[in-house]
Each structure stands twice: as C-alpha cells, then as structure tokens.
Design a protein around this ligand. Structure first.
Ligand code: PMP
Length: 351
C-alpha cells in the first residue's frame, strides 16, 4: 500500500498481561494488592454524572493539585499532573529531550523509555548497569541530550542513594534529568528535596503503585516552575483535557488518608522481607529490592520454565526474553496469602 510510506512506524511497548480469568494470582504488573484508601470508594459512590457534562477542571487548579502540593510542601506551580506517570514521562520526553546528542538511560530499565525515544525520534544511548545491577553515575557525566532513570530502578528494584542522584543532576546542568520515582514509597529516598537546588531536575511519581490506583491513571511531576511551564506548554499543545473529572476527584480523596497509605506501604515492605527469606530458601538469588517487586533468578532452573509452569498454576509473574535479563523473573509483592500460594507452587516446580 502506497500510503504506508508516509506512516510513522513504531514498535510499541508491551505491557504485562491482564488476564480476564477469575481466580488467578496476578504478580506480573506491580499493582498494589490492597484496595485504595476507603475514602476513594466513598468518593466514587458520590460522583455525580451531571458533572461529566462539563469539561474537567484544569488539573493544576484542582483539589488534587492542592493536596499533592500540601503533601510534598511545594507550590502548585511546581507540579504537573498527568494520566499516569506514563503520560507525564511521555510529555517530559517530548518537551525536554530535544537535542542532537543522545539521551542516556540504563540498559536494563523501564522498557517504555526506548519506545518514547523512538516515537519522538530522540537519539539515545543505553548505559550498562554494573554486575550488581547498579547504575554507575560516571556513565551519565559525559555530554548528552538529557538523562532519565527510575529510582528504584525497574525491573531490578535496586535503589540509588540520594548523593549519587545528586551527582548526576549536578553533572548535567545543561540538560534535564528526569528521576522516575514510580516505586519510591517502598523504601527509596526521593530526590524531591533536590529540586530547589537543581533547576534541571524533574521528579516523577504515580498513584499506580503505592496508592493502589493504577486503573485511575494519575501521575505527577515535580520541578521548578520553569520546567513545569515548558511541560504545560507542550501538554496544552497536544490535548488540553488529559485528566478526567472522576480521576481528579478520586485522586484528591486518596490524598486525604495518609495513615492508610503508610500502613499499606509498610505491609508490602514486610511481605517483601518475608519473600526475600522464602525465595532464598527456594534457591533464588536477587539484589535487595526497594520496590514492590523482587527481580530473581533461580540457581538451577531457567526463568522461562518457572514462568510457564507458574502460569499453568494460574500464577502470573513477569519474564522478558531480553539480553542480560532472560534468566530473571520479576515477582510483584502480593498479599501474604498470594505469596504463600506462590511459595507452594515454587516448591513443587523447583524446590
Ligand atoms: N515508571 C516505571 C519505572 C514503571 O515501572 C511504570 C509502571 N509500568 C511506570 C513508570 C508507569 O506507571 P503509571 O503510568 O501507571 O503511573
């Protein structure tokens, strides 16, 4: 077909499976196994369809923005809100990575980064993690068109101490450095306090993991007002109304219950500590995780085989057929009951 010559062709990101089957144990997409704060269900029940007649409010003027600004002790002029952190990151790529020099990110990392770079025609270079899956800051201190990395990194779960994050921000004052903190609430140290010092630093977080709201699609970025203004200029040049009314209201409701949020994160971290013991006992090896998942390799059995056998048992974890990581499974931390079922299955498969 002739018109195909004029098509923007891309290889899309492949998200983890979302199987419809009832009764499966889903440990494959880093969702939170616990429901959102109780106030969210209440707010959902109180949503008035009449409100849907109107376009939504602009996110930066909403209760959600006010609640986030209060929680993080910043002005709303330092906050950008989007449809999950995927939307925020995608807009940030489009806005800030506009150089002939390559953008740097790790070789093992969130697999959406190279997809956005490809779709926006941004040159990039992957920097190899060390043998213990750590990011080497020195690799990011050569001339580049911008830097992006998750902290803790995904799918490894390995965190970077704040002084190393600062080293990267400080070495790259001429470009924007994006720290993707999707998993920060499970034991990492946020780079947020550094945004006052570094006008080139953008910190991105999400409601999808620690706030149990992946389905509502809420993410946000925090940085100095100039960064936020540039982000908004691009966003309002693509789609003025990205956030819908329901998400804005339910997100605000989630922010009202800090105690629930903290208890949930604590529970997941406690389950993760037990998972480390149990998985070690079952012959798995892994780096210490600061996220709501463990990236593990078995001493004798290939990851692919375990992945497939678990699936036959209706337990879904994530496996990638990719260089360097094809002998690893990424196992999301579920409830204690879900994890017990996982250990029982693993005991049969590779115990
Ligand atoms: N960053 C990282 C590192 C992730 O693993 C994910 C989850 N797939 C995201 C960002 C995007 O999450 P969301 O769009 O749900 O906020």
């Amino acid at each position: 077909m002739k018109w195909e010559e004029n098509v923007r062709r891309v290889v899309p990101y492949t998200p983890g499976e979302q199987p419809k089957k009832a009764g499966i144990i889903k440990l494959n997409t880093n969702e939170n196994p616990y429901p959102p704060a109780p106030g969210v269900a209440k707010a959902a029940a109180g949503l008035s369809a009449e409100k849907f007649r109107l376009y939504p409010e602009f996110p930066e003027q909403t209760e959600l923005a006010k609640a986030l600004a209060a929680r993080y002790h910043i002005g709303t002029d330092r906050l950008f809100i989007g449809v999950g952190s995927d939307d925020v990151l995608s807009m940030a790529f489009l806005t800030f990575f506009h150089s002939d020099r390559p953008v740097f990110f790790p070789d093992i990392t969130y697999s959406f980064y190279d997809v956005w770079a490809d779709v926006y025609r941004i040159p990039y270079e992957r920097k190899a993690l060390d043998a213990d899956f750590r990011i080497c800051p020195a690799d990011y201190c050569q001339p580049n068109g911008g830097v992006v990395f998750p902290n803790p990194n995904a799918p490894t779960g390995v965190r970077m101490p704040l002084d190393k994050v600062e080293e990267i921000a400080a070495a790259n004052r001429d470009v924007v450095v994006i720290v993707d903190e999707a998993y920060i609430d499970f034991g990492g140290t946020s780079a947020l306090p550094l945004i006052d010092k570094y006008d080139n630093l953008l910190v991105v977080q999400t409601f999808s993991k620690s706030r149990s709201m992946a389905g509502m699609r809420i993410g946000y970025a925090m940085g100095q007002p100039a960064l936020i203004r540039y982000l908004n200029d691009v966003k309002y040049s693509v789609n003025s109304y990205t956030m819908n009314t329901a998400a804005l209201e339910l997100g605000a409701a989630a922010m009202q219950d800090e105690a629930y949020f903290e208890a949930c994160c604590k529970k997941i971290m406690a389950t993760r500590a037990r998972a480390e013991e149990r998985l070690s006992g079952l012959g798995f090896v892994f780096q210490k995780s600061s996220a709501n998942f463990i990236f593990a390799s078995h001493k004798t059995m290939p990851a692919r085989e375990i992945f497939e056998r678990l699936k036959e048992n209706d337990i879904y974890v994530r496996w990638w057929d990719k260089e360097r990581i094809d002998n690893y499974l990424r196992i999301t931390i579920g409830t204690d009951e879900q994890m017990e079922a996982l250990y029982r299955a693993l005991d049969e498969i590779c115990g």
